[in-house]
Write a protein that binds this ligand. Structure first.
Ligand code: PMP
Length: 424
């Protein structure tokens, strides 16, 4: 790409200082300097409509969250080895958003640490080691969690105790519930045949990296019953789908009418301040708690909890779950309107403000078109709208705007996508 001198210099400096393992978004990487609401601004002052960041989910630099962080940082910033009411008040409020069976929570700083802790707890409780995940799942960066994150690709070996199941592909599979349950049952049987006791089945509430699969509602029930029958736990990874994103409830798993044994969360929890955690059934952690000590220096610190509390205030105060539901439905309507005119759009799906648009080269054969998908993502960046792509075939547009997104912003996204599709 034709990069300006300043961008090229920053890229060279970054490669020299940060090394080879990092990746930038876009053929023409973005240099952002400021954010406000659903907008991001580059160094030249250009505005970009952010339809992708799932961390700053109540809007970039929300003044209430910024004020809460600043106020607490000016009073006390210490950890969970001292008594502090803030962390208890938050836990009480957060647990009230979850099913009654989920009665305790623990704090970490990242979603990866939350999943890592969830696995330790599940293994201590079940005595098993086996893990079942979907085939393009992502659950995090620690060694233990990377071993069951197949989306990291061939660079990371899946653990010998890990089995993958195909994504619940509602676009290609007529009986999603039946097929998904059968796959999880087959994975359990394969673990058992190899002398590995199943510890857990983990999935993200909307199968984000698998390609955004939201339904049909309830399809998870068979898989959850199967892992429990085998003595394992069901862990709901709500790092992406939690905190109202799916529009119908606070948590993605709720659409399926299932109650997890452990829920992991992170990303939008502090709207940019690192705060994450696990919420669980108390009986599941009892054994782990007897044997292990758990101390996470920054997890649940007073500033993190202040940020997280402010995020809950904003979600409730601004009615953001309902907004995600309404604006998300409006956005899907607009995208389905585009599908009527652009044959490369094979499917529009999702829940609330978590939307997947499947891009195909042949509608009848449903053939993934990753090259066109990448061209659309880069084309939208040129139109100053930010989204990304996901799925096994790298052919699903992943659209995940902040929960404060308006109908007008949704219309703008659709109009600019229309222009990009028309120009390809
Ligand atoms: N689980 C899911 C579903 C995620 O999307 C991510 C991050 N992309 C993680 C876990 C890991 O979270 P973190 O990057 O905060 O460690």
């Amino acid at each position: 790409a034709d990069l300006d001198a300043e961008t090229a210099a920053l890229i060279a400096r970054r490669q020299a200082l940060l090394g080879p393992a990092y990746r930038l978004f876009y053929e023409k990487p973005l240099h952002l300097v400021r954010g406000e609401g659903a907008w991001l601004y580059d160094a030249a002052g250009e505005a970009y409509l952010d339809a992708y960041n799932n961390v700053t989910s109540v809007g970039h630099c929300h003044p209430k969250v910024v004020a809460a962080i600043a106020a607490q940082a000016g009073v006390l910033a210490t950890h969970t080895r001292y008594l502090h009411a803030g962390v208890l008040d938050y836990a009480e409020r957060l647990l009230a958003t979850l099913p009654d069976e989920i009665g305790q929570m623990m704090f970490t700083c990242t979603g990866s640490e939350a999943n890592d802790l969830a696995v330790r707890i599940a293994r201590a409780f079940t005595g098993g080691t086996g893990i079942i995940v979907t085939e393009t799942a992502y659950h995090g960066v620690t060694q233990a969690v990377a071993e069951f994150s197949p989306s990291l690709g061939p660079a990371v070996d899946l653990g010998v105790h890990v089995r993958t199941v195909p994504a619940p592909d509602s676009y290609r599979e007529a009986d999603v519930a039946g097929a998904f349950t059968a796959s999880v049952e087959a994975a359990i049987a394969d673990l058992t045949r190899h002398g590995i006791r199943p510890a857990l089945f983990i999935c993200d509430g909307i199968f984000a990296s698998d390609g955004v699969f939201d339904g049909p509602a309830g399809f998870l029930q068979g898989a959850v019953a199967a892992i429990r029958a085998a003595g394992g736990l069901y862990i709901a990874d709500e790092v992406q789908s939690g905190f109202g994103r799916t529009g119908d409830a606070m948590w993605g798993f709720q659409r399926h009418g299932v109650t997890p044994d452990i829920v992991t969360m992170g990303k939008p929890m502090g709207n940019g301040y690192p705060v994450a955690g696990v919420a669980l059934r108390p009986e599941v952690v009892a054994e782990f708690g007897r044997k292990a000590r758990y101390f996470n220096t920054f997890g649940g610190n007073a500033v993190a909890v202040a940020a997280a509390t402010a995020v809950l205030d904003v979600i409730e105060g601004e009615g953001l779950v309902a907004n995600a539901r309404d604006v998300g439905a409006h956005l899907r309507d607009g995208l389905r309107g585009l599908a009527a005119r652009h044959p490369c759009i094979g499917d529009v799906r999702g829940a609330g403000l978590f939307i997947g648009v499947e891009i195909v080269s042949d509608r009848a054969a449903k053939t993934p078109d990753p090259a066109r998908t990448a061209a659309i993502v880069n084309g939208l960046r040129a139109e100053r709208v930010l989204i990304s792509a996901c799925a096994k075939g790298a052919n699903v547009l992943k659209i995940r705007p902040p929960l404060i997104f308006t109908r007008e912003q949704a219309d703008l996204l659709v109009a600019r996508l229309d222009r990009v599709l028309g120009g390809l």
